[in-house]
Every structure is written in C-alpha cells, then in structure tokens.
Design a protein around this ligand. Structure first.
Ligand code: SAM
Length: 295
C-alpha cells in the first residue's frame, strides 16, 4: 500500500513543522498517510450526501476531508487542543464540517446527534454514521459506549489494531473469540474490511491495523429475557476461558456445581465445553434459563 511519499504524508509533515506540532503517543496519535486507505475507510462507511458522519479523533483532518466529500455533513470530535487551530486551517474549505473540541468518552453523543442532525441544505440526516481511525488506547471503551448507549446510528467504521479487529470479528470456536466478539456481534453485523500495514502511519506504530465496518442491527440476533444476565454469563464464562463451562459458571446466580451442570445439560450444552465454543444463541439459552424463576 505504501509507495512513494504520499501527499498526505508531505502535508502532515509540513503542518507539523509549521505548527511545531509533536505527536502525542499518550493520545494514540498515529496519523494516516495513505490516500487509498483513507478512501477505503470512507467507502466502507457507506456515507452519502444525505448522511451525518461523526468522526472520532480527526487528527490533522485527512480522513475528515474525504468524509466531507462523501457525506452531507461531518462533525469531528478531537480532544487535543493543539489540533483545533490546525483543523480549522486544513478544513477551511469544507463548508460542511463542524469541529468539536472534546473528549469523546465524555461527549453526550445523543445530544450531539440531535443538535447536529440538520444538514447544510436544511434537511435532516437520513443516517448517522461513525467513522474514525481510533486512538488505540481507548478503542474498547469508545466502541462499547457507542453500542451500549443505543444511539440512533446506522454504522461504525473504524480502524483498530489488527488483533482487536480479529477478536471483534471472530466466530465461535476460533482462538480469538471472546467476550468482546460476543458483545459487538450482539449489537452489530460485523464486516472485516481490510488489513492495513503499520507503515502507512506517522509515526509508525508497533502493530498492524485493520478496518471494520459494523452495521447496527435493528433487532437483536437472539431473544433475551434479560440482557444483563446474558452479559453476566458471557463475562463469567470468558473470565476463566481455560476452564470448562461447568467450572467457570459455578457460582453464577448463586448456583452450586451440581445445579450448574444441570443448567448446562438442560440447555443442551456439554458441561465440559469451554466458553470460546459457545454461539450467541447458546449464551442466550443459558441466560434465558437463568432468568426463569424457580430454576
Ligand atoms: N484521523 C487522524 C488520521 O487518521 O490521521 C488521526 C487518528 S489518530 C490514530 C487518533 C486521534 O484521536 C488523534 O488525533 C488524537 O488526538 C485523538 N484522540 C485521542 N483521544 C481522544 C479522545 N478521548 N477524544 C477525542 N479524540 C481523541
């Protein structure tokens, strides 16, 4: 993917010199330099002229500019105060971009959506789409905030560490399938878009990345009596992933070992299996049986 020095790389270096800007490792600042990857992220997001894009961590605005070409409007949330004047200058020609100086983990995204949903042409955005080359140190908290708050968003297209992308997309039975896979797959249909080598960032990080496109589900993929019990079961099962489910789940809802064995058998699950082999519907049947009074 990396060939000669790209325009984006030249621009980032030039802006860095002009503003005496040093990238902060503590904020996960690895800026994208490959135009084809930037375009791939925006294409994957399916953003169109009737959509509002919310970008997390615009950095110097390379992805923001591309998103602004495709979408009706872009709201870019950036925590680093030093980048705000830089963004105002790199995005000066984009009339449909709003820069918000905030920590995304503290942003009331529901309120932001209702405040910014009107597009420059006066219409209401059809879809709200999240896009971002996420700061890796807070990938999971950002993602879980976006999903658990049940916001009115259609999709989340993000660059994350490759290893995290693999965990999120992993099917049951695979080595990387875990609580994060179950949680994200419960809320979204997950598409693994493309691997991205570390060399297309400045500075070059230690690990490769990948782009995911998550389509928010209209209906959950399984019927649950209690979502809380479902996630409790998932957490407890994977909390000790080397143990059999019989051992890992003993104690859940106060069940002793014998009751746990009976619960698993009643759900048609061999108690000797391990959490990483359970599908979403098997976790759902466990949780639903636990939710029944008098178990
Ligand atoms: N989008 C740019 C790109 O692709 O070149 C920058 C991506 S860089 C991996 C992550 C960006 O997120 C940085 O600009 C960083 O300052 C910003 N960031 C880090 N923590 C943040 C937070 N809590 N809220 C909002 N932005 C944050």
């Amino acid at each position: 993917m990396k060939s000669a020095t790209s325009d984006a790389e030249r621009e980032i270096k030039k802006i860095g010199r002009q503003h005496d800007f040093r990238m902060a490792k503590s904020l996960g600042q690895n800026f994208l330099t490959d135009q084809s990857v930037i375009e791939r992220i925006v294409d994957a997001s399916e953003a169109g002229p009737a959509d509002l894009v919310i970008e997390i961590g615009p950095g110097m605005g390379v992805l923001t500019r591309e998103a602004a070409e495709a979408a009706g409007k872009v709201v870019a949330i950036e925590v680093d105060a030093r980048l705000i004047p830089i963004l105002r200058s790199t995005l000066a020609l984009c009339g449909n971009v709003v820069v918000v100086h905030e920590d995304v983990l503290k942003t009331d995204i529901r309120e932001l959506i209702s405040r910014e949903r009107t597009l420059p042409d006066g219409t209401e955005a059809e879809h709200v789409r999240i896009v971002g080359n996420l700061p890796y140190y807070i990938t999971t908290p950002i993602l879980m905030k976006l999903l658990e708050e049940r916001l009115d968003i259609s999709s989340v297209t993000i660059m994350v560490q490759k290893e995290v992308a693999e965990r999120i997309a992993a099917p049951p039975g695979s080595r990387t399938y875990g609580a994060l896979s179950v949680a994200v797959q419960y809320f979204c249909d997950v598409e693994y878009v493309v691997d991205v080598p570390k060399e297309v960032f400045i500075p070059v990080p230690k690990v490769d990345s990948a782009v995911l496109h998550l389509r928010l589900r209209n209906e959950p993929p399984v019927d649950l009596l209690s979502e809380k019990l479902f996630f409790d079961c998932v957490k407890k099962s994977f909390g000790q992933r080397r143990k059999t489910l019989h051992n890992a789940l003993t104690g859940v809802c106060g069940l002793d070992k014998q009751q746990t064995g009976a619960l698993l058998l009643a759900c048609g699950i061999d108690p000797a299996r391990r959490a990483e082999t359970l599908s979403l519907s098997e976790f759902a049947s466990l949780a639903n049986r636990l939710a029944q009074p008098g178990l």
